[in-house]
Design a protein around this ligand. Structure first.
Ligand SMILES: [Zn+2]
Length: 140
C-alpha cells in the first residue's frame, strides 16, 4: 500500500484503479473511501470532506449516461424480448412494466457510473487529477 502508483498524471499514493472505481460507484471519495463524492444527485462535491481531494478536476462528461444506457439497455431489452416470447403479454402490460423498470434502473445506476468514472479518472491521474509533475501535452 505504501508503493507509489504511476499514472498519466504522475506518481500518487492510494488505492488501485479498481478500488477507486468501486469507491466512486459507492458515491464515496475514490482516494480515501470515506468522504462523500456527490453534493447532489450527480453533482460532485467541491472536495472530499475527509481527505480534501479536490473533485473539480473530473471530466466525466457524457461517459456516465453512455455507460448507464449501455448497461440498462443490454439488460432490459433481452429480458423484455424473452418475456414477450415466453408469455406473450399484451403490449400495454409490457409498457406498464418495462417503462418504470427502465426509468428506475437508469435513475439508480447513473450516480454509480459517474462515481466509477470519477474514480477511474482520479486513479489514472487524468484531467484535473494530474499531479504537478504531469506532462501538460498528455491531456491534449
Ligand atoms: Zn477523500
Amino acid at each position: 500500500m505504501n508503493d507509489r502508483i504511476e499514472t498519466f498524471g504522475g506518481l500518487r499514493d492510494g488505492p488501485g484503479w479498481l478500488t477507486a472505481m468501486l469507491r466512486g460507484a459507492a458515491r464515496k471519495c475514490p482516494k480515501c473511501g470515506r468522504g462523500k463524492l456527490f453534493a447532489g444527485y450527480v453533482k460532485t462535491a467541491q472536495a472530499c470532506g475527509d481527505c480534501g481531494l479536490d473533485f473539480s478536476g473530473h471530466r466525466a462528461d457524457d461517459a456516465p449516461p453512455y455507460m448507464t444506457i449501455f448497461i440498462v439497455g443490454h439488460l432490459s431489452i433481452p429480458l423484455a424480448v424473452a418475456v414477450k416470447q415466453l408469455f406473450d403479454p399484451p403490449l400495454w402490460t409490457q409498457f406498464a412494466f418495462w417503462l418504470p423498470v427502465i426509468i428506475l434502473s437508469t435513475w439508480a445506476l447513473l450516480p454509480a457510473t459517474k462515481g466509477a468514472m470519477v474514480g477511474l479518472q482520479w486513479a489514472n491521474g487524468m484531467h484535473g487529477f494530474a499531479g504537478p509533475d504531469a506532462d501538460p501535452s498528455a491531456d491534449a
